[in-house]
Design a binder for this molecule. Structure first.
Ligand code: GLN
Length: 477
């Protein structure tokens, strides 16, 4: 039994049939992390002692004949921007080094209640800003498919842990692509749910109107299983919706016969690698063979989505990150003279370069004489993008596109010009600013044999359609 290749469903069956215990399974994963994570670099904190205690409880619940969740006894990891009571939560920032939250995120509580075993907290770009995980203040994470390459980001630790068999699944967060893009780069499945489908309570905020938590898993079915646990209304997050609840497995095997699939021209043109284009065309052809109808469409507002995203997300970040002032929590400068210096020095020392860049960009976009020209305009673009989607969804059920224009690049090869890095987010940010669900599922290989993800996007709360289409694609790869 190769427990590192098995998905949640397979492991859950093995646990039910007593072929393995949760303690044995957890020990295997701990040994695997000990053996491999020196190279992968996925974990910032491991919680092995606690994991074994959780595994013991998971076994006891089963032995007592309790009706347990399919997640009972499954070892997993959380991105380090989700608060975990008593366990360091750093956002991969010096600013929060040593910060131990007094409470847990709703998703962490729900997974724990389902009997999941938390192996630890995984790496990310600092405050979730970035696309390679190289913005982490603490360590480099490598792509398990090729250790000379990045795992993507910002949920790079989550994707790498799953791809390396160092966690059965992980949660990530996605503001402009941070679940989908690393999933694509590491060849795993990643779902960004509809804005509001999953509670953000306890997720350290980057851009509150965009942030969503979602699963990174080995299979599409696992994505549905994790959603069944984490999605749904939470009184502690006013933006969470009851429409997020229910059974995500419902339509999984329904097939794609008659499914209307739109291919937006704007996401398949210049700038998209040949290998990526070929894989996406292959995915379209496969869906067509299975009975779907493919139609090319145009979404003209998408060409402005990237610029709007960077204005909106930075504006919200500049406001959200104002709380890290050296007073309430996190790092405080050792030497300062007066309150202003306390703030200025703590923030200068605590934040990395990319975070500072976003704060400055955002503060500028919101400043008195520029707010309408930048922030106001970006809000109007946001409406236009949402209207483009609404129009396409009048005649299509899902939209198919690449997740990213390229496969994972080499470590350390990022362009000095940050805008070039931002351009890599061109395919993922549109669904983010429209608040729509989107999934990344592997559909082939590109340059260097690296995985390519197909992105499927659906109307709000139509995750079941996404999962059904992604499942059909997955069976063919
Ligand atoms: N790469 C994008 C950014 O840097 C997306 C990040 C995210 O989704 N958290 O903003």
């Amino acid at each position: 039994m190769d427990v590192f290749a098995m998905d949640i469903s397979a492991l859950s069956r093995a646990l039910r049939e007593r072929k393995i215990s949760a303690v044995e399974l957890t020990r295997s994963y701990i040994d695997r992390i000990d053996a491999r994570d020196g190279e992968t670099g996925a974990y910032l904190t491991t919680t092995f002692e606690q994991a074994l205690a959780q595994a013991v409880r998971a076994d006891e619940r089963r032995a007592d004949g309790e009706a347990v969740s399919p997640l009972n006894g499954i070892p997993m990891a959380l991105k380090d921007n989700m608060a975990t009571r008593g366990i360091p939560t750093t956002c991969a920032s010096k600013m929060l080094k040593g910060y131990v939250p007094p409470y847990s995120a709703t998703v962490a509580e729900r997974l724990e209640a389902a009997g999941c075993v938390l192996l630890g907290k995984v790496n990310m770009d600092e405050f979730a800003m970035g696309s390679t995980t190289e913005n982490s203040a603490f360590r480099i994470t490598r792509n398990p498919r090729d250790p000379s390459r990045v795992p993507g980001g910002s949920s790079g630790g989550s994707a790498a842990a799953v791809a390396a068999g160092e966690a059965v699944f992980a949660l990530g967060s996605d503001t402009g692509g941070s679940i989908r893009q690393p999933a694509s780069f590491c060849g795993v499945v990643g779902l960004k749910p509809t804005y509001g489908a999953v509670s953000r309570y306890g997720l350290i905020a980057f851009a509150s109107s965009l942030d969503q938590i979602g699963p990174l898993t080995k299979t599409v079915r696992d994505c549905a299983l994790v959603m069944n646990c984490i999605a749904g209304r939470d009184a502690r997050d006013a933006t969470s919706s009851p429409r997020g609840g229910g059974d995500y497995l419902e339509d999984l095997e329904g097939g794609v016969k008659g499914l209307r699939v739109a291919l937006p021209r704007e996401l398949m043109g210049a700038g998209v690698d040949a290998g990526v284009q070929k894989s996406i065309q292959g995915a379209a052809a496969r869906l067509e063979r299975l009975g779907a109808h493919i139609k090319e469409v145009s979404m003209p507002a998408l060409k402005h989505a990237l610029a709007a995203y960077y204005v909106l997300s930075s504006a919200e970040a500049s406001s959200n990150l104002a709380r890290f002032d050296g007073v309430g929590y996190g790092v405080r400068a050792a030497h300062y003279d007066g309150l202003y210096e306390l703030y200025a020095r703590s923030r200068s020392e605590g934040f990395g370069a990319e975070v500072k860049r976003r704060i400055m960009l955002g503060a500028f976009a919101l400043s008195e004489h520029y707010a309408d020209a930048y922030y106001g305009k970006a809000l109007r673009v946001r409406t236009l993008v949402a209207q483009d989607y609404a129009r396409v969804f009048d005649e299509a059920d899902v939209i198919l596109s690449p997740v990213a224009p390229t496969v994972a690049g080499k470590l350390g090869a990022r362009d000095k010009d940050p805008v070039k890095t931002y351009l890599g987010d061109v395919c993922t940010v549109p669904a983010s600013i429209a608040g729509l669900p989107a999934i990344s599922v592997n559909c082939g290989e590109g340059e260097g044999g690296m995985p390519v993800g197909a992105q499927l996007t659906a109307p709000a709360f139509a995750e079941r359609t996404l999962l059904r289409a992604a499942y059909a694609l997955e069976q063919g790869v």
